[in-house]
Design a protein around this ligand. Structure first.
Ligand code: HEC
Length: 303
């Protein structure tokens, strides 16, 4: 293998090395860029998701501290339940308002609940699994990650939602205990039987990441394209230089040497530059000179 490489022409050898460098450079660049971009994407979507989940918690607080007291007397007397007094409802509604803007239509906020009062909060398979993990590991206070579904890739933040106040059980414990207007609005089948300190749901924000990924991939391709073009241009220039300054002069010198070896001692090597080839041409000229003198001396002797 190495012996075969040794027999290759200079230009081929050099190009093999250059193409090797080109491929390694592109691979290294690609890996490095992928790593950086991946971190950056995660940072970007995570920042957004955190901001959103915190905003939703603020909406929840606002609802329980300001809206609910204001509507408490009506809630006690009306035939239908007033969902606007429920933090879970107001947070979801605020988010649904945001989703009306096309830019945010694929964002999602959900208090994904195993046994919900309002069935739109029912946890799907994925959300149930996360909630089960929170239930099994009480130390786990947050889960983040990527998830794909039919609509593309999403980044999510999930936090456990625990029943910490006994007052929650006024409505979520048993059908008998729950207000009549809650039953008449939501029915008796679901949203009951919650326990104190039980994790009943996961609060989940999910943010589409496909577009961010596409933009990052585009950027990666452009950078790799630029790096590859610079390399290809360099390879072409190096080849031109190699041909002009080394291969052609060596070929000329070789052809002349052939002629000289067959007796034409009047030939001269011409190479104008002072580089190594120029030095070689000069040395060869001196050698031809010496040859000529040697031949003349031999001829003189013979005379
Ligand atoms: C006055 C009755 C009442 C009280 C008290 C109450 N909730 Fe609810 N809760 C509801 C109703 C009604 C819904 C459904 C609202 C809707 O239509 O989205 C709900 C929804 C929820 C949801 C969303 C999942 C689902 O069941 O639809 C969570 C989570 C939740 N409540 C947690 C709590 C917690 C925690 C407390 C105590 C801090 C609490 N609730 C106190 C009535 C109540």
């Amino acid at each position: 293998m190495l012996a075969a490489l040794k027999d290759l022409k200079l230009g081929v050898k050099l190009n093999l090395i250059l193409v090797g460098i080109l491929i390694s450079a592109i691979a290294a660049c690609g890996l490095f860029l992928s790593k950086i971009l991946e971190n950056k994407i995660e940072q970007e979507v995570a920042d957004k998701a955190f901001l959103m989940i915190e905003t939703m918690n603020s909406v929840r607080d606002y609802t329980s501290s300001q809206v609910k007291p204001e509507l408490a007397s009506r809630l006690a007397t009306e035939a239908y339940f007033i969902p606007e007094t429920v933090p879970a409802y107001s947070a979801r509604e605020v988010f649904e308002g945001l989703r009306k803007q096309p830019e945010y239509e694929n964002f999602l906020y959900k208090e994904a609940t195993l046994n919900p009062t309002n069935m739109r909060d029912k946890a799907d398979g994925f959300e149930t699994e996360i909630t089960q993990q929170f239930r099994q590991n009480r130390q786990l206070k947050e889960k983040t990650g990527f998830r794909s579904n039919g609509d593309g890739q999403f980044y999510y933040i999930a936090r456990p939602l625990e029943i910490k106040k006994a007052s929650c059980l006024d409505c979520h414990d048993t059908v008998e205990k729950a207000p009549a207007n809650l039953i008449s609005t939501y029915g008796k089948e679901h949203g009951f039987g919650w326990k104190m300190n039980e994790i009943v749901a996961s609060q989940i924000v999910s943010i589409p990441a496909s577009k961010v990924y596409e933009a990052a991939n585009q950027l990666k391709l452009s950078v790799l394209g630029i790096v590859a073009s610079i390399f290809v241009a360099a390879i072409i220039l190096i080849n031109l230089f190699l041909n002009q300054s080394i291969i052609q002069p060596i070929k000329k010198i070789a052809a002349k040497s052939n002629n000289i070896s067959t007796g034409d001692l009047e030939l001269k090597f011409t190479h104008s530059s002072k580089d190594e080839i120029g030095v070689l041409a000069k040395a060869l000229n001196r050698m031809v000179q010496s040859l000529k003198m040697a031949f003349e001396m031999i001829e003189d002797d013979e005379d």
